[in-house]
Design a protein. Structure first.
Length: 290
């Protein structure tokens, strides 16, 4: 793992003043996301809550690291850029989590837009007794307020009836750092397959609940995914909903892991997206939060 360190920038680091210590660290793992990173970082720079940003380059070949560095410098962000060459999102998140020194940590996706109140809304949930993780639901960029609230009701209703599982993806998850570490953190030796966002929540919820709120949302890019690389079958999904709350360890580490291994759906498959060379302009470079 390579860590970029700028001694001149460190002299003016806001962490040097204890009164300015942020409560949040954001982790952004990325692989070949040069078309999207700038918009994502722009939205994170507009957060009302102070944060430190840790960007993990997972071996990009398209200049994504330079885009990330330039965007962070432009917005005056407190950031660290590291390189983790072990392929896969889980390995990248593990490398970033090692550097977190704040009470709260959020995982951001490199192709997602976050409203300015995102971290503040997540913190309100995490401050509730027993809350171990906050989850943000996904909405389309063009969604109306009515559409967004309808989506919020759907997620919160699902969480009420199925409280022992995750109803949002890794692009919208925020944790107590101590709880995330107590649960084992991001560990490719334990789980090096796709669907890592659900597996980590399974472990974290042994320490508390996962909560959602109508004002906690984010906007993923509209591009199509290589679904063969990341999805589970209807049977697996059904068992997750019905059985995982009662036999979670068995479901993930005996049942699901074996099936994903047979289909060769390891974490590094997330990087094999066939649309990378077909992408057009970034989806939200003019997003109002910028």
């Amino acid at each position: 793992m390579f860590i970029e360190f700028d001694p001149l920038r460190s002299l003016s680091n806001p962490w040097a003043n204890l009164d300015q210590l942020p409560l949040w660290t954001g982790l952004i793992p990325f692989f070949n996301e040069c078309d999207y990173l700038e918009a994502t970082i722009c939205s994170i720079a507009a957060q009302s809550a102070k944060l430190r940003l840790i960007l993990i380059d997972n071996g990009s070949t398209d200049g994504s690291a330079e885009v990330a560095r330039s965007a962070c410098d432009f917005h005056g962000l407190d950031y660290t850029l590291i390189t983790e060459l072990s392929p896969g999102k889980t390995a990248a998140l593990r490398a970033g989590l090692h550097l977190v020194r704040t009470p709260y940590v959020a995982t951001f996706d490199a192709d997602t837009i976050y409203p300015p109140h995102y971290l503040a809304s997540a913190q309100k949930l995490l401050e509730r007794p027993g809350c171990a993780v906050a989850g943000a639901y996904f909405v389309a960029r063009e969604a109306s307020e009515e559409d967004r609230l309808s989506r919020a009701r759907t997620i919160m209703t699902a969480a009420r009836f199925l409280p022992k599982q995750s109803h949002t993806g890794g692009a919208g998850q925020a944790f107590h750092t101590a709880t995330l570490r107590a649960a084992g953190g991001f560990d490719p030796k334990r789980w090096n397959y796709v669907l890592e966002d659900h597996e980590i929540i399974h472990r974290v919820m042994k320490y508390g609940t996962m909560r959602y709120a109508a004002d906690l949302w984010c906007v993923p890019s509209p591009r199509e995914r290589d679904r063969d690389s990341i999805c589970w079958t209807l049977l697996e999904r059904a068992l997750y909903s019905v059985a995982a709350p009662f036999v979670g360890d068995w479901f993930f580490y005996s049942f699901l892991a074996r099936r994903l291994q047979q289909r060769r759906l390891n974490s590094s498959r997330m990087r094999e997206r066939q649309f990378h060379h077909l992408e057009g302009p970034a989806f939200a470079t003019s997003h109002p939060v910028c």
